[in-house]
Design a protein around this ligand. Structure first.
Ligand code: NAD
Ligand code: GLY
Length: 381
């Protein structure tokens, strides 16, 4: 990680993601306030001066940020082709991908050009998917504007669209050329979306040691939250999350070695709640519920100290997650268990869970937990 001191970019943090394989690759994640005004300079770090940019965004973001982003890219000398899609999960579709391909073709774009996704995970996943398939692969630059996207979806190269009612079923791995995270854009993010993003942040605190060998992020979050200084330290918080995710991706880019699976803490429980709510619960809200359930299961199996639950609840209270976690949801434990058994991460008939073990920051994958133990946790309010 490097920090540029004594310049307008003084507050800028850079995390490098270095990937091995047939063609070793590297890209930077840049985190700083007000980066939208410097998009042109940032893109010039990874694109040729005559590259064209397809700027993909959604209607909510276009209203707020399209003009600034376009102006900055044009000042950088780039020819820009904007495409605005509707906000929301329904835009992660093959029909929206078709619109992206049409725009790219009309602009005569080739592999030296790039798609820039300005938005949350929906835009990032669509931009990445289209970039990985158009011309057998062109560049994608992520400019994430939600907390979920800044700490998770913009990093690591997973792309997807939904198909036939199944989420993320059609997708690729395609690493970005650069991730440009403007922490100021979070100022306009709805409070509920921000809270949902905090669930993914807290998740990093609970898996940090298993991913990086280090610890302390969970305690740092707790200290900041209790002191009321978390919001003021968002850039630092995002940087720390990016470092953890980057460490995972560098070691297990294609999720073949088990490490990337740790990112699923809380997700197997969470997906059951999310899908039964018919996606009325935001993904992060469901993950918050799922992490609490996973923690309680570990405690009930004698794998994890009981005292951490109160700390997790304190963090949830300070990050506006406690309300949704404590809301009584009308789902029968057996129905939830049935959903968990359908989770695509399972192997055979066994539910595959990431569970906290021993101390904060450490997790383990278990697929041998008896159904009655899981049911007992699902039955708790
Ligand atoms: P999202 O992209 O739908 O954004 C949430 C809402 O916030 C949208 O209405 C959007 O228009 C609005 N918005 C975004 N930024 C804003 C801002 N700065 N100010 C005001 N409004 C803003 O939701 P998300 O949570 O960012 O992403 C969810 C998607 O990400 C899902 O499709 C999920 O599958 C995907 N995802 C992918 C990965 C990955 O590794 N590729 C990881 C996690 C999630
Ligand atoms: N969001 C999970 C992953 O990137 O693997």
């Amino acid at each position: 990680m490097s920090k540029t001191a004594g310049s307008p970019q003084a507050a800028q943090q850079q995390i490098k993601v270095t990937l091995s394989g047939l063609e070793p690759r590297q890209y930077s994640i840049v985190v700083a306030p007000d980066l939208l005004n410097r998009l042109g300079e940032e893109c010039a770090q990874v694109l040729a001066a005559d590259a064209k940019i397809l700027l993909l965004t959604d209607a909510n973001l276009a209203e707020r940020y399209l003009e600034t982003a376009m102006a900055s890219l044009k000042t950088g000398g780039f020819e820009v082709f904007p495409l605005v899609v509707p906000a929301g999960e329904q835009s992660k579709s093959l029909s929206q991908a078709q619109q992206v391909y049409e725009t790219a073709m009309q602009a005569n774009m080739t592999r030296k050009d790039a798609i820039l996704g300005l938005g949350g995970g929906v835009i990032g996943d669509l931009a990445g998917f289209c970039a990985s398939t158009y011309h057998r692969g062109m560049g994608v630059i992520h400019v994430p504007t939600t907390l979920v996207a800044q700490v998770d979806s913009a990093i690591g190269g997973k792309t997807a669209v939904n198909f036939g009612q199944v989420k993320n079923i059609v997708g690729t791995f395609h690493q970005p050329l650069r991730v440009i995270s403007d922490s100021t854009t979070l100022d306009t993010l709805p409070k509920r979306e921000l809270a949902a993003g905090m669930a993914e942040v807290i998740k990093y605190g609970l898996i940090e040691t298993s991913c990086t060998g280090q610890s302390g992020f969970f305690q740092w979050l707790l200290d900041q939250a209790q002191a009321g200084t978390l919001r003021a330290n968002f850039a630092e918080m995002i940087r720390r999350c990016c470092e953890i995710k980057a460490a995972v991706v560098m070691q297990d880019e294609l999720e073949t070695k088990g490490l990337r699976f740790f990112l699923n803490l809380g997700h197997t429980f969470g997906h059951a709640y999310e899908s039964l709510s018919d996606y009325g619960l935001l993904h992060g809200e469901a993950v918050a519920i799922g992490m609490l359930k996973a923690l309680r299961l570990s405690v009930s199996l004698g794998m994890f100290p009981e005292t951490v639950e109160a700390q997790l609840e304190t963090l949830y209270r300070h990050t506006n997650l406690l309300g949704c976690v404590n809301r009584s949801l009308p789902y029968e434990p057996e129905t939830l268990l049935g959903k968990m058994k359908l989770d695509k991460k399972n192997r055979d008939a066994n539910i595959r869970l990431v569970l906290p073990v021993d101390a904060i920051g450490q997790v383990v994958v278990r697929d041998d937990v008896p159904d009655d133990k899981i049911l007992k946790i699902l039955a708790q309010s």
